[in-house]
Write a protein that binds this ligand. Structure first.
Ligand code: NAG
Ligand code: NAG
Length: 776
């Protein structure tokens, strides 16, 4: 997947470059898609699509009298107030200057960010969250992704044991020549729609050539995420011989509604916003979005996922989103709005080892999902790609006469992992060893290779390269070991690629929120794409194994669906709080969950509040709740203008931030992130907790693990709850001890306990750069 996208990205750059060289005048006249957020007072009252689009057409004619009327792509009424239209830069600027317009956001493209996991998560039919929620039969999960491939896929088959879908769901499946709704949709797959206008406007109507205008998933990603969240149980699932077993979604009773907004070259903001609009209108209960901005997180008012999620959360819909695959650098997490549940990715207790044995007997553990004829035990010639035409093993650059019959070592970057194997195969190589990037540390990623290939860590590759350099005739073989489930290496471990905090937009809002399984995940796959995503690969599979925060997000979406049914009265913030305060931070060896990029303990800016623990989340004791009004205060504290806030809130009344007090850090979040602007900082944050335990009379006492360099005090240190006093407030003060810290960040935690529940929140301190210099 990364391979294809990287290539596409180059292509887009080339096109953009060509436009840039055109003369300025024609550039100003070129049409682009813009999302126009209209002030509620100037918006049509009706939400009927035909009334809306005719009203927005006359809005455009009224504001842009000169020239032909712009083409309207979408009218929004549920996730945003406004429309998407094809406009010139000049028209867009003119609209942006109008009082009736809150914001004009240029359309852009988001990137898409892969069964053993139910048992790894402790989900059991006999006790805990699964029986407490009835499997979430009354919940509909909307998946905004590449669509769904239900044809001959048991994960999406009708389930006679399920009651009828909830009557609150008003969505449906659209039928197209490629998607026969009456054949594909049933009491499991209850909705399937597609949104292509923004994408086709941006790419010149390219959809028909490669994929059909339909909800059908021709990529595989959406089929994978949907079945992970709520797929029906399938016995004897496997990817060839790998990961054999029963595959089932986290919420086996929940219904799936697919909203296809992602196509071969990505997902445009305008299509995503329309997918949110329809999902909210249809009455889904959870929205799962495994996609995000390229690069740093955008401001919330210009990020359609944040905009759509705001209106969804206001309606009680939980929005779970992937943190991104841009790790291990700091500030890489996207989807960081406080109303979104942001999910990082970690490993489970399953490996796919494929080991390299060198001529000198040295052995290195690699990982692979190669499923064809293995190499024999006898060792064959080993070369480095850099010595035979291409260090990264680019197609067409490897020298066939020096590669034929050999194993080639390929560096990371430029092309995708499967494409490197394909390039070696084309050059008639016998096998490949893929080197991981240095920043990935202990992590190598398994791939469904088209020739015998395995991936190793950077450190192992250095030794292998040294062996090649220092031997006259280096030889090796690769030994594929299939599926290994076990206690070592420790699990979970944080994936190196998992995007990290701090929060780029609002550093005082702790992100990511939680981690969940996102490495080597088995789930359903499309029949229209190969498991390696290479065009030359003619294999078609019912299940595939892939990795990413795209895969961890739907795990949490499914668990959120279970919580939604177990506690119908809980808000999205309460569900998030329950997941965060009950998350665990210790691996199966009893150590803090490790970060594969360093091999050391992960920090809360990597693992969030910890790994989700569904059976504990059903009974968290206390919750940190928040609603629309809290989010508005947060936006005020962030310094957003009334217009920027209105893009999100879509309120008729203008928000007067001067009437709201409190800092960003006072937002009632179930975690603490404190940014010291000076070395002797002192920050107090306030929180409100609500007792949701079965015991109305409860006394909770705080215990704090102070971050290095900080004195933490809690007032009051004890909270008493009763039948009439269900909520209590407390203040927590962080006082820096001058000159004592050299790190950029230090971490701790606060735990409220009544002896039965442990309500745990992480604490992160960001120290000023000057303080670190002074201390060093
Ligand atoms: C769609 O599926 C239904 C039910 O299986 C079938 O009766 C119908 O013929 C199909 N329509 C087309 C156009 O294939
Ligand atoms: C390929 O390798 C052979 C054998 O070493 C060499 O003779 C030939 O010049 C190489 N071709 C290219 C294009 O580098």
């Amino acid at each position: 997947m990364m391979a294809r996208r990287a290539w596409v990205f180059c292509l887009l750059l080339t096109v953009a470059g060509a436009v840039a060289t055109a003369d300025a005048e024609s550039e100003a006249e070129a049409l682009s898609t813009y999302i126009v957020h209209v002030a509620p007072a100037h918006a049509p009252r009706s939400s009927r699509p035909r009334v809306l689009s005719s009203a927005y057409r006359s809005f455009l004619r009224g504001h842009l009298p000169a020239g032909p009327a712009p083409r309207l792509l979408y009218s929004y009424a549920h996730a945003a107030t406004g429309f998407a239209a094809r406009l010139t830069e000049r028209q867009a600027a003119h609209l942006a200057s109008q009082d009736s317009v809150l914001a004009v956001v240029p359309d852009a493209t988001h990137q898409l960010h892969t069964t053993l996991t139910p048992s790894f998560l402790g989900l059991s039919a006999s006790s805990g969250l699964l029986p407490a929620s009835g499997g979430a039969t009354d919940v509909v999960i909307g998946i905004i992704d590449t669509g769904v491939y239900p044809k001959d896929r048991a994960s999406f088959a009708a389930d006679p044991s399920l009651p009828p879908p909830p009557s609150t769901f008003r969505g449906r499946c659209v039928s197209t020549p490629a998607f026969n709704a009456s054949a594909y949709c049933n009491n499991k797959l209850v909705g399937a729609k597609f949104f292509n206008l923004g994408y086709e406007a941006a790419h010149g109507g390219v959809i028909e050539e490669t994929e059909s205008r339909s909800p059908l998933d021709t990529n595989g990603h959406g089929t994978h995420t949907s079945s992970t969240a709520a797929g029906s149980a399938v016995a004897d699932a496997a990817f060839f011989d790998y990961a054999k077993g029963k595959a089932v979604g986290m919420a086996p009773g929940a219904r799936i509604a697919a909203y296809k907004a992602c196509w071969t070259r990505g997902c445009t903001y305008s299509d995503i916003l329309m997918a949110f609009d329809e999902a909210i209108k249809d009455g889904v209960n959870v929205i799962s979005v495994s996609l995000g901005a390229v690069g740093r997180a955008p401001q919330f008012y210009s990020d359609t996922t944040a905009v759509g999620a705001f209106s969804a959360v206001r309606k009680g819909i939980v929005v779970s989103a992937s943190a991104g695959n841009a790790g291990p650098g700091e500030f890489t997490a996207v989807n960081v709005a406080p109303w979104i549940l942001t999910v990082g990715a970690s490993t489970i207790n399953r490996q796919f080892p494929a080991n390299i044995v060198l001529g000198n007997g040295e052995t290195f553990t690699g990982t692979s999902l190669y499923a064809g004829m293995p190499l024999g035990p006898s060792k064959i010639a080993l070369v480095y790609g850099g010595d035979v035409g291409s260090s990264v093993c680019e197609s067409g650059k490897l020298n066939t006469s020096t590669v034929a019959g050999k194993i080639v070592v390929c560096d990371p970057g430029v092309n995708g992992r499967a494409a490197k194997g394909e390039a070696v195969k084309l050059a008639r190589g016998a096998g490949a060893i893929l080197v991981s990037s240095k920043a990935f540390g202990e992590q190598a990623l398994a791939t469904a290779h088209v020739l015998p290939a395995t991936a190793v860590t950077f450190a192992a590759a250095e030794k292998i390269k040294n062996y090649i350099r220092t031997n006259a005739s280096p030889v090796a073989t690769i030994v594929f070991q299939g599926t290994v489930i076990g206690r070592t290496p420790s699990s979970p471990r944080m994936a190196s690629f998992s995007s990290r905090g701090p929060n780029f937009i609002a550093p005082e809002i702790f992100k990511p929120d939680v981690t969940a399984p996102g490495v080597d995940i088995l789930a359903a796959w499309t029949g229209e794409n190969s498991p390696s995503e290479l065009d030359s690969d003619t294999r078609r599979v019912k299940f595939n194994i892939i990795s990413g925060t795209s895969m961890s997000c739907p795990h949490v979406s499914g668990i959120a669906a279970l919580l939604r049914q177990a506690h119908p009265e809980w808000s999205p913030a309460a569900i998030k709080s329950a997941l965060m305060t009950t998350a665990y931070n210790v691996d199966n060896a009893g150590d803090i969950i490790k970060d594969m990029s360093t091999g050391e303990a992960s920090t809360p800016f990597v693992r969030g509040a910890g790994h989700v623990d569904p059976n504990c989340a059903v009974d968290p004791g206390l919750v940190y709740d928040a609603g629309t009004d809290d989010y508005i205060s947060f936006l005020c504290a962030l310094g957003y203008t009334a217009k920027q806030i209105a893009v999100l809130t879509r309120d008729g009344s203008v928000t007067d931030c001067s009437k709201r007090s409190g800092s960003v850090g006072d937002h009632n979040y179930p975690a603490f992130s404190v940014v010291f602007s000076s070395g002797d900082g002192k920050v107090t944050q306030r929180r409100v907790v609500r007792n949701v335990g079965s015991n109305a009379m409860a006394t909770y006492t705080a215990s704090v693990t102070s971050p290095a360099g900080v004195r933490v005090t809690v007032e009051p240190p004890t909270l008493q709850f009763s039948a009439t006093q269900k909520t209590q407030e407390y203040a927590i003060t962080f006082a820096a001890q001058q000159g004592s810290v050299t790190e950029k960040y230090t971490f701790g935690s606060i735990v409220w306990s009544d002896g039965k529940h442990k309500v745990t929140s992480p604490i992160a301190i960001t120290w000023p750069a000057s303080q670190q210099v002074a201390a060093m």
